[in-house]
Design a protein around this ligand. Sequence first.
Ligand code: MLT
Length: 399
Amino acid sequence: QKLPGSYLFSEIARRVTVYSSEHPEAKLIKLGIGDVTRPLVPAVIDALHKAVDEMGQAETFRGYGPEQGYDFLRNAVAKYDYASRGVAIEPDEIFISDGAKSDCGNIGDLFSVDNKVAVCDPVYTVYVDTNAMSGRAGEYDTEKGGWSNIYYMPTVAENGFVPALPTEKVDVIYLCSPNNPTGTVLNKDQLKVWVDYANANDAIILFDAAYEAFIVEDNIPHSIYEVEGAKTCAIEFRSYSKTAGFTGTRCGFTIVPKALERKGVSLNAMWNRRQTTKFNGTAYIIQRAAEAVYTEEGQKQVRENIAYYQKNAQVIKDGLAKAGLEVYGAVNSPYVWAKTPDGMPSWDFFDLLLDKANVVTTPGAGFGPHGEGYIRLTAFGDAGLTVEAVDRVAKLLKG
Ligand code: MLT
């Protein structure tokens, strides 16, 4: 009841639908929601077909699977996502799910209503809204655009998009790197500051690494567990959505280390208890599809798609910078975060781009008070249309 309005991306979809019905001739290019557009790769499609056939035969049919995920996928995650980077994660610390969004919301079941939550501002809205749904956010202040019981950490150009440590006691800290929405990253030293802080203050870091596949620079951790001490303070969320184009296929996983305890209670055991109670596991055929991402062919094919999107990110970044906008992100991320011209409010710039360039973006203000004055564009579109969208925006800004 306290949640204002609608979920950000539903509101954008609503505005776009209204605009399209009033301007049926408009050829909209959508660089708003970060939804992939390249089809699933052949290795994944082959695995899906094979698994579907297995489900149609009595000998290979499967009913309920393990709530935590099948061993074949947990073992693959441990080997290819972690051991390959020198991080030892045990299969029973890995919980397969239907995606990072669900887990980022569901994880709130482990915390009490009076736990204080800290988020970066701007922020992936799911972190905040799900805490509001769990009764942890307090009251919504329409004027400030924030919740009374959420600790907001501004991450803006002025501080290099690195949040400052909290000045009051917080219990739960959401960090996202590569960041949604700013497209910026935290390096190893910057993350170490947070890990040390969390360990010293009994706080828990919820680390969202959904975009790790886009990291190209050295010294940017793909996992928080690359940072010493993280296993006693951090939970990590991963997803196949952006890595392998699974936004509509749905699969991800959450790491809850066995070393993570608070007041003598294992969070791994708590999450296991939560999952076995409320979740019956991710579909077998989908887990087989995810497993195929780790094969040699699968890796080669998904890397090609990621490279395709990375090129789009560069096109957007360069094009907007050339058109005079201040631009961030895009290097280790599929997101480009740009300052609006002359400090224009971000919903106004969103409407202007929709109306005059027929380009759909995401207004920064939708991600929190400190997102005001920015817009976000995604690199997940078609390459040709991305070039055209950037041209249209550049012409509008010059004209
Ligand atoms: C976004 O556009 O921020 C993402 O697509 C949202 C999500 O991954 O849930």
